[in-house]
Write a protein that binds this ligand. Structure first.
Ligand code: ZN
Length: 401
């Protein structure tokens, strides 16, 4: 008799007990896959498998819940197979031996495979239990999570139709992972041109500082301000009422950090300087009111600098600010733009603006900028939209929930 037979909830532990008996080291998931397929057949549930070996079992909504969105429950079939050197255990056929110490379930001299055996057992219990009230369920079981997520990466596109996914493979007890910082990178190169400018224009550097920064994954939900995004906003706002040239821009420096500082260098007619400065001040005040509770030390410094003699052409400034929207704000609707700079290296006399972003939205944004550039007259007047509006629009164009 197994030590977990009488644990509650019974159904969950019944399946954990099944799963722990099945060999399932990473890249050797044949037996557990067979078990899952048999389970689906016995339960009269539809299932799909794909080439990499992933399995999806679908369960229809309980009565009255048919209009609810599909929820994907994700777990992985494989486990890390490790044992103490003095333990006799063959992972290719032996069941994991269990013991209970106090109220903690342990394996005897080997890894337990609770990662992610408990996730698999949870999904199976939900699939079997007909007393639960829920919308349609897609239970996804991936292969080879532990040695590189190769199953998840190669998941075939017709395996799932749900858009909400609960990953049942968390590090911390009691935590259900419903989102992820993600790791996709988008590198964008916008070609720019420079031209020589009037020697009488005055140079100004606009610098943003005082932000908290932090990890772009772990701290992003706190709505910490992004220096690139705020700089872009200030440039965009001021460009509505001032003619200025942009000749340098830089912000952010780490792959996984929310940008804390940024600067832009511009030049403009000296007669316009005072109004330009007061417009920046007023935008600074507006921004501070928005970010004060999270980033109270936000500030904008403007200093006089030398006129550089050359700057981005108007068209290039436009491509950076996009025609209808500031590119950076657009890219940054998720607060994830990490780095921007005018590349120091000249490629055949051409500069590039390099923008790095972690967001999938960024790729979509670039597509939209490109459209703007192809047809600058497609819309009459630029309109400043809030991030929330952008996010909504981008999400709907990406068909996100
Ligand atoms: Zn895991």
């Amino acid at each position: 008799m197994s030590v977990i037979e009488n644990l509650e909830p019974k159904l969950l532990w019944k399946y954990f007990d099944d799963v722990r008996k099945i060999p399932r080291c990473s890249k050797h998931e044949e037996k557990i896959r067979e078990y899952l397929v048999n389970f689906a057949k016995e339960q009269k549930l539809d299932y799909k498998t794909d080439k990499p070996g992933n399995v999806v079992i679908t369960k229809p909504a309980s009565p009255g819940m048919e209009d609810k969105p599909i929820v994907i429950l994700q777990s992985h079939m494989d486990m890390v197979c490790e044992k103490n050197s003095d333990v006799e255990h063959d992972f290719s056929k032996d069941p994991i031996k269990l013991k209970i110490k106090g109220d903690i379930l342990l394996a005897d001299g080997t890894t337990l495979g609770a990662d992610d055996g408990i996730g698999v057992a949870t999904s199976l219990a939900i699939l079997e239990d007909r007393t639960l009230k829920h919308g349609p369920i897609e239970a996804l079981f991936t292969v080879d999570e532990e040695t590189g997520l190769t199953g998840a990466f190669a998941l075939e596109s017709d395996m799932l139709s749900g858009k909400i996914m609960l990953n049942i493979d968390s590090e911390d007890f009691g935590i259900l992972t419903v989102g992820c910082a993600g790791g996709g990178d988008t590198k964008i190169k916008l070609p720019i041109k420079k031209e020589s400018i009037d020697k009488n224009l005055i140079g100004l550097s606009i610098k943003i500082s005082g932000l908290r920064g932090g990890h772009s994954g772990v701290d992003i939900h706190e709505q910490r301000a992004n220096a690139i995004k705020l700089l872009s906003r200030i440039l965009w706002k001021t460009s509505q009422n001032h003619e200025f040239y942009l000749f340098d821009i830089k912000g952010g420096d780490k792959h996984n950090a929310i940008p804390r500082e940024s600067y832009a260098k511009v030049c403009l007619d000296s007669n316009d300087k005072d109004k330009f400065l007061s417009d920046i001040k007023s935008e600074e005040k507006t921004i501070l009111a928005e970010v004060k509770s999270i980033d109270p030390k936000f500030k904008v410094n403007v200093e006089s600098i030398d006129n550089p003699n050359s700057a981005l052409t108007k068209e290039s400034k436009i491509s950076l600010g996009s025609v209808k929207e500031p590119t950076l704000t657009l890219l940054d609707s998720k607060g994830e733009t990490k780095e921007i700079k005018i590349a120091e290296k000249l490629e055949k006399g051409k500069y590039n603006i390099e923008i790095e972003s972690a967001s999938r939205i960024a790729a979509k944004a670039v597509e939209m900028i490109q459209k703007d550039l192809d047809d600058p007259n497609s819309d009459e007047k630029p309109a400043y939209r809030t991030d929330q509006e952008w996010e909504k629009q981008l999400k709907s164009s990406l068909n996100w929930p």
